[in-house]
Ligand binder design. Structure first.
Ligand code: ACO
Length: 197
């Protein structure tokens, strides 16, 4: 069943699917002197904080639940932002699973007078929606319904990234377990000060 916004609802009005446009967010942040690092360019943590807040808005709009950041991938600082620039952060959901949602974040810096823009940063944030007990929800958040060609592309790519993340996490866990298992072997004891025979 379609809502006026074009999202899908079940017969009991539980929302089962939403389009990315319904949760998309854009935030503009003016770079002031207290946002700069010792190089005189915008501090990376300021940009990441802006992105995290903007992505959170998208995750909560999409899921209708309280959300937390689980992971941030593929962070790449492409160019520095300067004092007075307007940072324009856009966040759009790519895909959702059970409790988790991936949000695509882009930040551009706009010169305040010329309007010239440059790409500053791009990253993918994963958020987890909580149930009323503060645990990852077992009731799936609404599915993402891609509409445009670009949204379909993002949706497909998100699936590939999720598989890569899962494989990387599994690999790390296995290597850590193997390291810990080897570490438990009794280390060779070197006794100091033992008189020579
Ligand atoms: C907006 C903010 O600033 S929030 C503050 C910063 N964030 C936090 O403090 C979160 C701290 N972390 C936590 O509380 C926990 O690790 C949680 C709740 C996020 C996850 O807890 P877990 O016990 O790992 O839960 P679980 O294994 O069920 O994973 C929950 C979901 O996260 C996904 N997930 C887990 N690890 C990752 C990862 N590295 N990357 C992407 N997704 C992941 C899982 O696939 C699962 O998704 P699904 O429900 O769609 O299948």
């Amino acid at each position: 069943m379609s809502s006026p916004l074009g999202s899908l609802t079940s017969p009991n009005h539980h929302q089962i699917g939403k389009r990315p446009a319904e949760s998309k967010a854009e935030v503009v942040y003016k770079i002031f002197p207290n946002d700069l690092n010792s190089e005189g360019t915008v501090f990376g943590g300021v940009v990441l904080s802006l992105m995290d807040r903007t992505a959170l808005v998208v995750a909560e709009r999409h899921s209708g639940k309280s959300c937390v950041t689980v992971s941030i991938d593929s962070v790449r600082f492409l160019a520095p932002g300067r004092k007075g620039d307007n940072l324009i952060c856009t966040a759009v959901i790519t895909r959702s699973w059970t409790s988790s949602m991936e949000i695509d974040l882009k930040v551009i810096a706009e010169h305040p007078f010329s309007g010239e823009t440059k790409e500053i940063l791009e990253a993918f944030f994963t958020f987890c929606a909580f149930d009323q007990w503060g645990k990852p929800t077992k009731i799936p958040v609404p599915a993402v319904i891609p509409d445009t060609k670009e949204e379909h592309h993002r949706y497909q790519e998100a699936g590939i990234r999720m598989e890569e993340r899962s494989a990387a996490t599994k690999g790390r866990k296995e290597r850590k377990a193997s390291f810990l298992a080897n570490g438990r072997k009794k280390p060779a004891v070197i006794q100091r000060g033992t008189p020579a025979a």
